[in-house]
Design a protein around this ligand. Structure first.
Ligand code: SAM
Length: 233
């Protein structure tokens, strides 16, 4: 979402720098995602919940208030997890790990979230296998991400750090790659939606003096939200 030449960093390097500021800048994509995920959270109550790529614990904190049976956040970035630990204290178990090698037992989760993680994953099929391994029959998984179509709008994953524009390395995928990967390991798609920015997000662009960016993608899909259920047996 920026126009000058950025410095490309790996996920770990980038989030090390971004973590302290990550929650402080209003983000229209988070705003849009929150509007659509919040109504779906209720089903996490009394479940063993795992948030993969939990970052600073934005969703863990919300889910904790729903009284899950257990709450676990996994993230590859120690800097992001440090912020999550400050936010959650003892209310969640936080584990530093790659989502391709989850340090969790087989059939240990029945409600799984992966919010804005997918674009960073090197191997979607391997991630799907790991999710299938930890998911109990009937488990639900909710996946959100910046819509793959945004690449066509010229979007990159960038942020500012010390007057520099940093780009985070991503691994582009097609929507079918995701659906096929999940179906192959035993999940059925229960809902799939593509969302565009609305008035709530327009205000964020306006306040950041970036209304032109909003106008450029008005009506176009910028967010995907997919929900899957692990087939029984
Ligand atoms: C855009 S942030 C999203 C954080 C959080 N889910 C949220 O929505 O606020 C992406 C997070 O995914 C983590 N991440 C990226 N690749 C990962 C991987 N392979 N395994 C685990 N976490 C990863 C990053 O460290 C970062 O915290």
């Amino acid at each position: 979402m920026s126009d000058c030449a950025p410095r490309l960093l790996s996920v770990k390097e980038a989030y090390q720098l971004w973590a302290p500021e990550y929650d402080s800048v209003p983000n229209p994509l988070f705003c849009l995602e929150e509007r659509h995920i919040a109504p779906l959270l209720q089903s996490a109550a009394h479940c063993d919940v795992v948030d993969i790529g939990c970052g600073t614990g934005r969703w863990l904190e919300r889910i904790y208030s729903l009284q899950p049976r257990s709450l676990t956040g996994v993230d590859v970035s120690s800097a992001m997890l440090e912020r999550a630990a400050r936010r959650l204290g003892r209310n969640a178990r936080l584990l530093q790990a790659d989502c391709l090698y989850l340090p969790l037992g087989a059939s240990s989760a029945d409600w799984i979230l992966a919010s804005f993680l997918l674009s960073y994953v090197v191997n979607l099929r391997k991630m799907a296998c790991e999710i299938a391994r930890i998911a109990r029959p009937g488990a639900r998984i909710l996946i959100s991400d910046v819509h793959p179509a945004t690449k066509g709008y010229g979007w990159r994953r960038t942020f500012r750090y010390a007057h520099q524009l940093i780009e985070i390395q991503t691994h582009p995928y097609q929507l079918d790659d995701l659906h096929v990967a999940m179906q192959e390991v035993g999940f059925e798609l229960t809902s799939f939606n593509e969302y565009s920015f609305g008035d709530n997000e327009k205000m964020i662009f306006f306040n950041a003096r970036r209304l032109k960016l909003y106008e450029a993608v008005k009506g176009l899909p910028v967010l995907l939200l997919a929900s899957y259920r692990r087939r029984p047996g």
